[in-house]
Design a protein around this ligand. Sequence first.
Ligand code: SAM
Length: 431
Amino acid sequence: MENDKKERIIEVSDIPPKPKNGDTFLIKASGISSSTHGIFKYPCKFIPHIPRWFIKNYASKSTKKYGVLDPFMGSGTTLVEASILGYPSYGVDIDPLSKLLSAVKTTPLSSKEFSIINDFISSYHISTKNSHKFKSKCSLYIPDKDLITYWFSESNINDLALIRFLIHENFDKFKNKKVKNFLEIVLSSIIRKVSKADNQSPKPYISTKIKKDHVVVFDEFLKNLLKYIDAVKDFSENHKSEVKIIGFDARKIDSKSLVSGKVNLAMTSPPYINAFDYVRSLKLENFWLDGFDKKKLDALYDHQIGSEKVKTLNEVPVYGLGELDEVLSKIYSLDKKRSWVTFKYFQAMKENLESVYDCLQTGGFYCVVVGNSRIRGFEVDTASILLKIAKDVGYKKRLNFSYIIRNRYLRIPRSGRGGFIPKDYILVLEK
Ligand SMILES: C[S@@+](CC[C@H](N)C(=O)[O-])C[C@H]1O[C@@H](n2cnc3c(N)ncnc32)[C@H](O)[C@@H]1O
C-alpha cells in the first residue's frame, strides 16, 4: 500500500458502487454539510459520502433489523447517514461532546419543540439585553475557574454563563431534554471562537502574535442557533430510523443494547497514531458541558486510542507481526516513547477489531477508514498492518481502495511527529 508514483487518480463526485482493489479516487464532493452534517466543526470527521457509499452498497435485509454500528462515532456522520437511509444505528465514543453532538444531530424535533425554541429565542433577546439582572443566578453556571480562567475573558465567561443559565431555566420550565441538548450544542459550537485560543489550531493555544477579532458572545450564539434550527428541521423531515448512543470504549462495545447482541454492518474512522489529540482539542467545549471536571478530563486521556499517554519501557516493543515489528524497532532507535505509542495503538486497534467482530453477524461487514502515518521519519503502513491484524482476528478482506483528502479541515495535515497523511484507505472486512 506504499505510495505508487505512477498511481492513477480517478476524479469522481462520489465513490462508484463497485471500486476495484487499489483504486485511488479524488472525490470532488458537494453537500458535505447537508442535513445536520454541518453542525459543529468536529475535527477529522469524514465526508458523509463515505458511510453513505458503504451503507448503500453493503446493506441487506438484515441491516434493516440489526443496523449499523460506529465504534468511533466522533460527530456521528455514520449515524446521520444510516438514519436518513433508513437503517437503525448505534454509536460509541469516549468523548462527552461527541456523544451529545451525535445525539443532537440524530434527534428529530417536533413542531412543538421548534416552537419551544422560538419561545426561547424571544426570552433570550430580552434576557441578554438585561444581563446585569441575572448576575447572581449566573455564577452557578460558571465551570471550575481553575480550568477556564486562562482561556476566556471575564466578560465572555459571564455571557456564556448567562446563556447556560437561560438554557437550564427554560429546560426546567419545559422539561424537554431534546431541546436542552440542542441548545447546549449551539453553545458548544461558539466556545472556541469566543475563547482566547486560536480558532484554527487543533489543540487550543493562545497566540501571543495574532490578536483575535472581538466576537459578541450573544450574537454568535444566536447566529449558530438559527443556522442549526434549519439543519435539524431538515433531519427531522428526512430521517427514517432510530439512533442509539450505546457506550464509551470502542475496545469493549456493550452488545447488550443491540438487537440479539448483533449488528449487520459496522463503519468507522478510528484515530490516527499519535496524530490528533481529541481530548485536548475538545477540552474547552467539554469544560462548558454539565458535570465535566478535571477528573473526567484525566479519565478521557487514559482511554483515548492513539494518544501519547502510554508507559514507555526500556525495551523494543514486539507485537509479533514482521512488518510492524520492523518499523517499531526503527522508531525505537530514535524515539523510545513513540515506538511504544505506535505499539499500543495497534494493540488497541486489535481489541477494537475483536470487539466489533463479536458484535457482527456472520456475513456482516466492517468498513474501516484509516491513513498511514510517518513517525520519526519512518512510514507506518497502518492500513496494511491493520489488514493483517484483522485477518488474524478472523475477518476476510473484501476490498481496499483509497481517496485523496481534499478538505483540509476534515483531515488536518500533520507535520512533524504525526507526519502528513495525504490519503485515506477504505478497508472492507467481512466476518
Ligand atoms: C477520526 S474521529 C471519528 C470521526 C467521525 N468519523 C466523524 O465523522 O465525525 C475518532 C474518534 O475516536 C474517538 N476515540 C478515541 N479513543 C476512543 C476509544 N477508546 N473508544 C471510543 N472512541 C474513541 C475520539 O474521541 C474521536 O471522536
